[in-house]
Design a protein around this ligand. Structure first.
Ligand SMILES: Cc1cc2nc3c(=O)[nH]c(=O)nc-3n(C[C@H](O)[C@H](O)[C@H](O)COP(=O)(O)OP(=O)(O)OC[C@H]3O[C@@H](n4cnc5c(N)ncnc54)[C@H](O)[C@@H]3O)c2cc1C
Length: 236
């Protein structure tokens, strides 16, 4: 596994993929085929002595580094990312982290994310779909409104790749008038339908969502399951 070290990179591409989220593609200058383990993140230097962690959402390791960053709210990292243009240089440390896909998985693999918590799942879903022990891979993705949905093109690509895959998008700010795969509620509304034995659960996003989902899973009386989590705001 690649060990974290300091790198320089160049912004190859950048676009707003929702009103809140900016997608970036970074070419690592000293390691063109940047290696990482799906689930890992990099720490970008956002000012002289401050770094912010961003999970790698590239579909596979060994190429450019893609990130999905929350830029719709003010913050040190968000403000810095907004200043970057195509051709800008960035300093970063990585790859880092121990939030990995655990093969061979159980029969079912369930990914639950809110907002940019879906980023590490992009390469991890690819791994789960290739895992012969897995029969079903489900993604439950929560954002506030329809306009906040991003990466649905990637989810549709997974649908085309494999009949094992399905996804559900929970819109917490919408009350009705939605058709599947959209649901008018929080991820905790969709989750109970998928809480079954022989499932590996991966939860990523804010601490409150991880706590609420873990409670639902732990109280379901399952015998054979595992929960793996990554909190984006671990200090709360
Ligand atoms: C392992 C890991 C992986 C992560 N992966 C990602 C990822 O893939 N994508 C991603 O976007 N984030 C990710 N994060 C979170 C990320 O590292 C930052 O913590 C987060 O994006 C907020 O950073 P910031 O510097 O923009 O905000 P900060 O400056 O740290 O501010 C924190 C909060 O305070 C609010 N705030 C700050 N200033 C103001 C102000 N003036 N007025 C009102 N509110 C304010 C901000 O809106 C923000 O919500 C990850 C975190 C971890 C630990």
């Amino acid at each position: 596994m690649a060990t974290p070290k300091m790198h320089k990179g160049t912004i190859l591409d950048k676009k707003e993929i929702s009103p809140m989220i900016t997608w970036l593609k970074i070419r690592c200058s000293d390691e063109k085929n940047f290696d990482f383990r799906p689930g890992q993140f990099i720490n970008i230097q956002v000012n002289e002595d401050t770094y912010r962690s961003y999970s790698i959402c590239s579909e596979k390791p060994g190429g450019d580094i893609e990130l999905a960053v929350l830029t719709g709210m003010p913050g040190l990292g968000a403000n810095y990312i907004k200043t970057l243009k195509k051709g800008s240089s960035v300093n970063f440390v990585g790859p880092s982290g121990r939030f990995f896909y655990h093969p061979p998985a159980k029969k079912g693999v369930l990914f639950v994310a809110t907002s940019t918590g879906v980023a590490p799942f992009i390469p991890m879903i690819g791994q789960a779909l290739e895992d012969p022990s897995v029969e079903s891979v489900v993604l439950i993705f929560g954002v506030r409104d329809r306009e906040d949905v991003f990466f649905e093109d990637k989810f549709k690509k997974f649908l085309e790749m494999s009949p094992k895959f399905s996804y559900f998008i929970c819109l917490s700010g919408v009350t009705d008038g939605l058709k599947p795969p959209y649901f008018a509620n929080r991820v905790t509304f969709c989750l109970p339908d998928f809480v079954k034995d022989e499932t590996d659960f991966y939860l990523c996003g804010n601490t409150a969502m991880i706590r609420d989902c873990s409670d639902i899973i732990n109280k379901a009386g399952l015998e054979d399951f595992a929960i793996y989590t990554e909190a984006f705001n671990p200090n709360l």
